[in-house]
Ligand binder design. Structure first.
Ligand SMILES: [Zn+2]
Length: 412
């Protein structure tokens, strides 16, 4: 069997998809269920159909493009990722796994390979949390990690609910129908850019992910007392932003003090109200993102942060409210899928690094219903979620080749 990746076609497809965007190139912005996202979905669907794949969409817009195997009743081998992009992002995050997955299927078709198990490309809705504040909306629902009732409560910044927005975007059906039972997939493999610098620094072309870190996120709201910046003297103040500053530094300290390199915590958003130079901040909203490969350690950090919030509230006489948005467990890759990926690398005499994924992906949730593993390719300087995100044509083609090779083992 001669597996050949059509690199030119794959790269031009990545370019073409990058131009379906709400940002000026090279930046990419594609927020879920916007006109741009819908246009990208149509574009992709046409490409999948052109490859002879059977395409269906579920009620949340997860897309499934299936190459039916000789035993259609057998569980499928899944692959895929996402095509939504945060504001001002790059063109490779998620997309490499989707278009690479499609090209891997086409390469197998060209080689004359006939799978016994169907091979299915999955494109998950809203991996990025931009619109509804929660990442991996599609794969959470698909895997039963998020209940349809909890999904219905999510709203975007204009107050529009998930149901509202998806109906407007033409997704019909009930959210209860999205969840898939375990056993639908024999294996799931996601190709992705590393989004970190390790592979490039060590000059290793591929990473095989053995574990995905456990993410948790929360919204912290601090209510103090506003007032005139000249009129209210210092002893009488309950400045919400000053309290927030203490909370932010304590969050940094909580993550540092575990002593483990795998513990990270970040405050990436800070909304100050009313936001005027001559007005004491009365309300501040912070985002909190904490991750670790060790669940107990991650939860201990979250608890420490909760304690700090309480202490700050008493000390500064402000109200501090924490609202947990998600607290997920880490995932271990399935030994048999890691093995299949490793063998494929060896077959092509490619060096690979077993590694931990510190970013989370749809694979984290797919792991609840299927044996999963991920394949990483290097990205320049580890840059991601920015317009200068870059993966080389060689690395993209190499990852796609290994993905195709792995399908031959898993789908036979
Ligand atoms: Zn991604």
């Amino acid at each position: 069997m001669n597996l050949e990746i059509d690199r030119g076609r794959l790269l031009s497809e990545i370019e073409n998809l990058a131009h379906i965007s709400d940002a000026e190139p090279p930046a990419v912005t594609r927020i879920v269920f916007t006109a741009t996202d819908l246009k990208a979905r149509e574009w992709l669907k046409a490409h999948c159909e052109e490859a002879g794949l059977r395409v269906r969409q579920d009620a949340i817009g997860n897309t499934f493009a299936r190459w039916t195997g000789s035993n259609p009743a057998a569980p499928a081998v899944g692959t895929g990722s996402h095509i939504d992009a945060i504001p001002n992002a790059g063109k490779y995050d998620g997309v490499v796994g989707v278009l690479g997955g499609l090209e891997a299927i086409r390469a197998l078709q060209r080689s004359g390979f006939r799978p016994k198990h169907s091979v299915e490309l999955l494109v998950f809705t809203s991996e990025e949390p931009t619109r509804f504040g929660i990442g991996c909306l599609g794969s959470r629902l698909l895997s039963g990690t998020l209940s349809p009732d909890d999904a219905r409560k999510l709203i975007d910044k204009n107050g529009a609910s998930v149901d509202n927005v998806r109906h407007q975007a033409g997704m019909s059906g009930d959210l209860d129908s999205v969840k898939l039972p375990p056993g639908c997939y024999k294996a799931f493999v996601e190709l992705h850019i590393e989004q970190g610098p390790v592979l490039e620094r060590r000059a290793i072309p591929l990473g095989v992910v053995t574990k995905i870190a456990a993410p948790a996120s929360a919204r912290i709201t601090i209510e103090g007392q506003g007032g005139h910046a000249g009129g209210v003297l210092m002893p009488g103040r309950h400045d919400a932003l000053c309290a927030a500053a203490e909370v932010i530094l304590s969050i940094e300290n909580a993550a540092r003090s575990t002593g483990a390199a795998d513990t990270v915590a970040t405050v990436g958003m800070c909304d100050v109200f009313p936001g005027a130079v001559n007005s004491i901040p009365s309300r501040v909203r912070l985002s909190l993102d904490a991750r670790d490969t060790d669940l107990a350690r991650r939860d201990a950090v979250m608890q420490a942060i909760e304690n700090v919030c309480r202490e700050t509230s008493v000390k500064r006489q402000v109200q501090v409210q924490t609202e947990l948005l998600n607290a997920d467990s880490p995932a271990d890759s399935a030994a048999e899928v890691v093995e299949a990926l490793s063998r494929s690398c060896e077959k092509h005499q490619l060096n690979f690094l077993p590694m931990v994924s510190r970013a989370y992906h749809d694979s984290l949730f797919m792991s609840r219903i299927a044996p999963v593993a991920m394949l990483f390719i290097p990205c320049h300087n580890g840059y991601s979620h920015r317009p200068d995100e870059y993966a080389s044509p060689e690395d993209i083609a190499r990852g796609t080749l290994i993905l195709a090779e792995t399908f031959t083992a898993l789908s036979a």
